[in-house]
Design a binder for this molecule. Sequence first.
Ligand code: BGC
Length: 258
Amino acid sequence: MTQETRPDSANLGFGIDIGGSGVKGGVVDLSTGQLVGDRIKILTPQPSTPAAVAETVAQIVAEAGWAGPVGLTLPSVVTGGIARTAANIDPTWIGTDARALFSAALGGREVTVLNDADAAGIAEDRFGAARNVRGVVVLLTFGTGIGSAVLNNGVLLPNTEFGHMEVDGKEAEHRAASKVKEDRDWSYKRWSEEVSRVLSRFEALLWPDLFVVGGGISRKGDKWIPLLTNVTPVVAAELRNTAGIAGAAYAAETGITP
Ligand code: BGC
């Protein structure tokens, strides 16, 4: 990037997306949601205890040379900075004051912690696939689990956790996470039947204007989104693997704190 096109440093933020397999961070241009420079990725320590993850977070921030506030995601319900659940991360996160932990690991600086799908939803709503959409947007991330974010005219309803809703006797994420497709070696056609079933339940309860589908499998959206049988339009997320980072950085900057 040349000096001339470099964004104004006042408009930069830093986000870290903590997942079951990787911890990814980077500097974000808060006017576009794009990364400025490299995405830094370190494998999630195993076991993924709070202390071990906090150390990884500190390593990423040090490697980036970032001194300002940091936004972080967890694959957990987060209220008041405290992790309340731990579906795909070490169970010792439950009850951990994540905000205090990360702040201490980062020399006492200001941090914001929110659910990973909520962060991705914020980013897609501000900068990505839902940026020009008014009304109710439901973002779903398909990965090891299913994450959900609900926004009404850009305002987030945090911690919706629709991946754990029971659909025809089974948790939605046990039916239709992309991990289920992998584990069972399903075709896109077979898997899309389960996704349609889950989305039908969500749309019967929420009547959204748009579904945005994210997670790694959204990169191949053309193989399965056209197969879905739902009435609500479904589009692939646009920010792909940087949505969590961008949303976390944006939340830290704007003070969205669930
Ligand atoms: C967790 C959510 C998370 C989602 C995606 C689910 O199992 O309960 O909090 O957003 O996985 O990581």
